[in-house]
Design a protein around this ligand. Structure first.
Ligand code: ZN
Length: 609
């Protein structure tokens, strides 16, 4: 019933009701770390203003930004609760992610538990700890009272001497001079969703600071080894340019401060995770480290997915997978914008932009899964997929290509008066958190609104079907053509020679190669290939064939004729080129220019006057 209210009544009412119905009026947490070698945090909760006989405490089963079930509860140990007189209270596990505490009428309850720092490297989805650093991704460490997610959550730290804290969370003693809190501060989040959407870096780290269009931003470089190779000043300068053009696109920033946490770790993987007003980027350190594309992607998420989002992505249900058909928009279109931001910030050339689009189209057009799985299916079923999509289709890849085509299309049909930027701004205005997110058809409705016509047929073709994308139909608006050439590399795995008397003799056969699997062996004398007398090396025969072609070979082996059949291996691919039409007229060139400069006729006029 509460959820039903959320659906119909909007966020303002929901906050009021949510707070009124909460079992607890305030939650405060002390995060304690005395000895990093113990590989665990001690979490000390105080629940105040309790008006219920039981507290239902849970740890999320997934973390926003990564649509896969996570075993966070396995890291929670030694849970104990007591009332205001220090008397122990009974705690019963309810299921694999939640517990019930019998309050015995207490109005204030203290809850303690340990969180194991189980994540390798410097942390990302979970909790990690080393001699000089520790990291918390909130969903892995902070439990919540299930009826009290909407009350303020306060956080303090007790850390080893000399350790610092970096987080974008608000802090009680906030002032103009000090945009970011430090280890002595009490931090505060408006609700549980916000609490766990501010990752926390602790320990020793390097800090760089700047302002982007007046908004204070901080870059924290934490290294697993203590050594830092990358050029922190150059990276920071690039981030400033990216951050500025992001704010320019929307006209303002939806955050008071922004924090880039850079984990320089060779373990784990390279990637980023978006948060409400920060991001964590995990990359192996290098002298010439360039993480602009990754940073731009995660930073753009501060708008697209953290504010502009499908309804199920905030407020969150952490107890089960939540499904939406729009993840291609959240991820793929964000990735398209990462490249637009780099282009607009002058950190990427036009040539590189076209090459990037060619690369994405190449990947998509050589992926047989696009004929089986639509973007919406890949989004909906990601929980059964690999976190990037489903059934072999990546919604990052196809979503980026579709984002590009939508941008070109919108610019084309409006004579470059509108662009995908206008769709983003419309969505931001209508759905920005804490307003409720968009319905499943929200993107289509927003595009229709911006172009002032119904584009459902084209939209459904690109997003909800497995039909080929209408490249030429759309690219004509910027005077480009998609050239597709079939290329193939064959693989057979046998080498041969022709001896002085003209016999073709197999010299070597690679284990498990197509030649091996059909039965060919070194020493075989080839008599016939495809029922023709053998007169040339087997490699020359194979070079005239394509991957998948059948081949029949008769050989003389130890006094008898052996006939075998098989197939040529290798792969066929399309090479992709985006080619500008030399005869494009002025109107087309204007649309092309608009795409590359990030301008529309409206914005260009506004700049002149
Ligand atoms: Zn992303």
């Amino acid at each position: 019933m509460k959820r039903w209210f959320i659906a119909v009544a909007g966020c303002v009412l929901w906050f009021v009701i949510g707070t009124a119905w909460a079992s607890v009026s305030r939650v405060s947490v002390l995060v304690r770390l005395e000895d990093p070698s113990q590989q665990a945090f001690l979490m000390e909760y105080t629940f105040q203003g309790i008006d219920s006989g039981t507290l239902k405490v849970a740890i999320p089963t997934w973390t926003p930004g990564w649509y896969q079930t996570m075993p966070y509860s396995e890291g929670i140990r030694d849970m104990q609760a007591e009332n205001e007189r220090g008397e122990p209270l009974s705690i019963q596990p309810v299921n694999h992610y939640s517990w019930r505490i019998d309050t015995g009428g207490a109005q204030r309850v203290r809850l303690r538990y340990r969180v194991l720092a189980r994540e390798e490297g410097m942390g990302f989805f979970g909790v990690a700890m080393g001699p000089h650093h520790a990291f918390i991704n909130g969903a892995a460490a902070f439990v919540y009272e299930m009826d009290s997610k909407n009350v303020p959550h306060e956080v303090r730290f007790r850390l080893p001497v000399g350790w610092q804290v970096a987080t974008a969370m608000d802090f009680a003693s906030q002032s103009e001079q000090r945009p970011f809190g430090d280890v002595r501060d009490t931090f505060i989040a408006a609700n549980y969703d916000e609490l766990i959407d501010d990752p926390i870096q602790m320990g020793h780290f390097e800090v760089r600071e700047f302002r982007a269009r007046g908004v204070p931003m901080r870059v924290v470089f934490a290294s697993e080894t203590g050594n830092i190779l990358c050029n922190m000043d150059r990276i920071t300068a690039d981030f400033q340019r990216i951050a500025s053009v992001g704010i320019d696109l929307f006209g303002s920033a939806p955050f008071k401060r922004y924090l880039f946490i850079v984990h320089l770790s060779n373990r784990g993987f390279a990637g980023g995770l978006e948060h409400l007003k920060s991001t964590v980027l995990n990359v192996p350190d290098r002298r010439d480290l360039n993480i602009n594309a990754l940073a731009a992607h995660e930073y753009f998420h501060a708008w697209n997915v953290k504010r502009i989002r499908p309804k199920v992505l905030g407020p969150f249900d952490y107890t089960q997978p939540v499904r939406t058909r729009a993840l291609w928009w959240c991820e793929g279109v964000t990735d398209y914008y990462a490249y637009l931001l780099l282009l607009r910030a002058g950190l990427m050339g036009e040539r590189d932009f076209w090459q990037e689009m060619e690369r994405e189209i190449f990947t998509l057009e050589n992926n047989p899964a696009q004929a089986r799985v639509s973007l919406e299916e890949a989004s909906w079923n990601v929980w059964e997929g690999n976190g990037m999509g489903y059934g072999g289709l990546s919604y990052y890849n196809k979503g980026k290509v579709v984002g590009f085509l939508l941008d070109v299309y919108i610019r084309g049909v409006t004579g470059n008066r509108k662009s995908l930027d206008d769709v983003m701004r419309f969505l931001m205005e209508r759905y920005s958190y804490p307003k409720p997110g968009f319905e499943e058809d929200g993107i289509l409705q927003a595009i229709n609104r911006v172009v002032a016509q119904d584009v459902s047929v084209l939209y459904r073709r690109m997003v909800a079907s497995t039909e080929p994308l209408p490249y030429d139909e759309i690219l004509k608006y910027i005077g480009y053509r998609l050239e597709r050439q079939s290329t193939s590399t064959t693989y057979f795995g046998a080498t041969s020679m022709v001896d002085q008397v003209g016999r073709v003799i197999i010299q070597a056969v690679e284990s498990q190669s197509p030649a091996f699997l059909m039965g060919l062996r070194a020493g075989d004398i080839v008599m016939e290939v495809d029922e023709e007398p053998a007169d040339r090396r087997i490699e020359d025969v194979v070079s005239r064939k394509k991957p998948g072609d059948p081949i029949k070979i008769a050989v003389w082996r130890r006094g008898s004729l052996v006939v075998m059949e098989g197939k040529i291996g290798g792969e066929s691919r399309y090479s992709i080129r985006l080619t500008p039409e030399p005869t494009a007229d002025e109107a087309v060139l204007r649309v092309r220019e608009g795409l590359l400069r990030g301008t529309t006729r409206v914005s260009a006029q506004a700049e002149v006057h």
